[in-house]
Write a protein that binds this ligand. Structure first.
Ligand SMILES: [Zn+2]
Length: 314
């Protein structure tokens, strides 16, 4: 065999073997900082350096906002694939894959529990389930959540994270917008608060219905919130859109939402707001805080036995 016919190995990039175990570090997509997984959980999945809010699952949301165990409602509702829809693959198989991947039957969890001592009905959307899209099941569960809030006389919170109405259920998805809005109307007439929390992303039919109907619409920082996508709007109005268009900060500036709240402040903000809305006094200090205050007080009293010394309200 001639020397020039020598077969050569194709050039391949040598893969570096990482010494870091899989899943121990996460890279922030905004500032490229490596974040230790445990710190990531402790900081509620917000980058400590740049404040980037990572997307949370529906269950993580509930864990973050509710005090302890919660009661889930209508967990068994499943889509019946009413249109027998098929695009690149059958809707039925998409549903089965999402159910297997998320452990949920559809893109929302509805729960009752206490938020900092305030009883609430809390609905949280799951983006990992077909883009958090709203089909018949999501629509029905939010409607029932509003009805449950009405029946039990407690406030309703919906945390949105959704690409909009579910294409595979066609017009039936769009009907959910009116159905949920009607249920929220009944809640409003009963004088019960409804707070909408908009997270990245909240778009389409979800923005166009319940996500914007809150007595208070609160968004997370830099969340994408809009109805149609920027390209569609640019093509329709034939104008270039301004920078930061459809982000929380832009929408707050234009009066489209009421507040932007950092995730680390969200529970405290919701608790304070709900207490004002329903006329519930602020939470009592915890048992430990009370014990500490008493220990301090008794130390003060023993140090200054004069009768004039009066303890002040902390
Ligand atoms: Zn970052």
């Amino acid at each position: 065999m001639a020397w020039f016919k020598k077969t050569r190995k194709p050039i391949t990039a040598q893969e570096k073997v990482s010494r870091v175990p899989e899943g121990l570090w996460i890279k922030c997509p905004a500032c490229a900082r490596a974040i230790y997984n445990k710190d990531h959980v402790e900081s509620l999945q917000v980058c400590q350096k740049c404040g980037h809010h990572f997307r949370m699952s529906a269950a993580e949301r509930l864990r973050m906002l509710l005090d302890g165990p919660w009661t889930e409602h209508d967990a068994g509702l499943r889509s019946t694939d009413p249109l027998q829809f098929t695009d690149t693959k059958p809707y039925r198989s998409r549903l089965d894959a999402s159910i297997a991947a998320t452990g949920l039957n559809d893109a929302i969890i509805v729960a009752t529990g206490a938020l900092d001592g305030v009883p609430v009905v809390l609905a949280s959307m799951e983006y990992a389930f077909i883009g958090g899209s709203m089909g018949v099941v999501v629509g029905e569960k939010i409607t029932r959540a509003a009805e449950l809030a009405l029946a039990t006389n407690v406030p309703l919170i919906v945390v949105s994270c959704s690409g909009g109405a579910r294409m595979m259920e066609g017009a039936l998805s769009l009907m959910q917008m009116a159905k949920i809005s009607a249920a929220l109307g009944r809640l409003d007439r009963a004088g019960l608060p409804y707070i909408s929390v908009l997270t990245d992303p909240t778009t389409g039919g979800v923005t166009a219905s319940f996500a914007m109907l809150g007595d208070l619409n609160i968004a997370e920082p830099k969340a994408l919130i809009g109805f149609a996508g920027p390209r569609v709007i640019e093509q329709t109005i034939r104008q270039k859109l301004p920078a930061g268009f459809q982000r929380s900060e832009f929408l707050l500036d234009k009066g489209f939402i009421d507040a932007i709240v950092d995730r680390r402040e969200l529970k405290a903000t919701l608790s304070r707001t709900l207490r004002v809305m329903i006329g519930m006094p602020p939470p009592k200090p915890s048992a430990m805080a009370t014990a500490e205050a008493q220990a301090e007080l008794s130390a003060e009293l023993s140090a200054e036995p004069s009768p004039e010394s009066t303890p002040t309200d902390g």
